[in-house]
Design a protein around this ligand. Sequence first.
Ligand code: 3Y8
Ligand code: NAP
Length: 270
Amino acid sequence: AEDRPAAPSSPSPMIVSQGSDMTRVLLLGGTTEASQLARRLSALGIDAVFSYAGRTDAPVAQPLPTRIGGFGGAEALGRYLKDESITHVVDATHPFAAQMSRNAVAACGSAGIPYCAYERAPWVAGAGDRWTHVPDIAAAVVALPDVPVRIFLAIGKQNLRDFAAKAQHHYLLRLVDPPEGPLPLPDAAAVIARGPFDEAGDRVLLKNHRIDLIVAKNAGGTGARAKLDAARDLGVPVILVDRPGLPPRRIADSIDKVLAFLGHRADLGV
Ligand code: 3Y8
Ligand code: NAP
């Protein structure tokens, strides 16, 4: 064979260890658990991007590079995963953030990218709890009494409009940011506060506002639990809204299980 210039000697291939060095995680956040996981991933030096929807004016800062805002739907999310070379998606969004979870399951399925939800279990009534479970927000409105009472509507701001159908009640709202315009309920007072909340504070809130009934989402976890414990102590009944249905998906219920999903042996600390 004729002499051919030797191929330029390629640099010795960089030794890339498998597992963590190739891992790039998209962490869909917005919950206490997401923030706990972000701290762990940061401490382990795992390459990850934290994602907020941009629902609040000034979300809590995270120890990871953070993106804020929707992706533009499931297909756009798929493009984001490819463009950002994401190797794993951890969905630690709130159980009521059903659209985000549906989009993530679909986008990861199409792109063949491993997906795992990090989800907290629903709350289960204990001794002394006076809970009525309803399937959704509309059923919560129907379940309200007709006689005017004082209701702590602790579901944030996205579903307030539904309660205008029962305008005879006094509503106490708790919002993360001050409302931009007038509230959609004629007889309402708003406290502006970002959780996590504590039982003593929520007990004072229920007493000061002479609350007769609480409406809450079955969020699970610890950050929103305080009002339920305060309600039990004070004998205040609760209408608890069940979580929306989600497609079948991989779920981890601990940070170590999420790390195992990412190929990290938590016990070895590697
Ligand atoms: C923007 C990020 C952390 C996360 C903390 C948790 C706990 C405190 C309790 C009550 C219930 C409610 C609401 C609630 C709690 C945690 C968690 C949780 C409930 C922040 C946050 C974002 C949001 C969005 C916001 C919703 C609203 C829901 C208020 C940050 C503070 C009611 C859910 O103004 C709005 O549009 C608010 C919208 C979605 C539900 C709704 O429909 O209005 N959460 N909450 C996230 C994003 O942009 O991606 O601002 O720092 C996060 C937290 N809120 O890191 O410690 O883990 O659940 N959030 C519910 O549970 O019913 C308050 O008042 O008792
Ligand atoms: P949702 O209804 O499921 O999502 C609506 C759209 O918001 C999604 O399709 C997506 O937009 C965008 N989005 C949602 N979460 C996102 C995230 N983490 N990163 C980037 N985009 C996101 O969600 P939601 O109920 O409005 O919740 C929004 C955020 O608040 C989530 O981070 C959730 O964890 C947090 N949160 C929600 C609740 C609640 O009660 N719903 C409680 C506590 C915290 P595109 O379609 O454009 O991609």
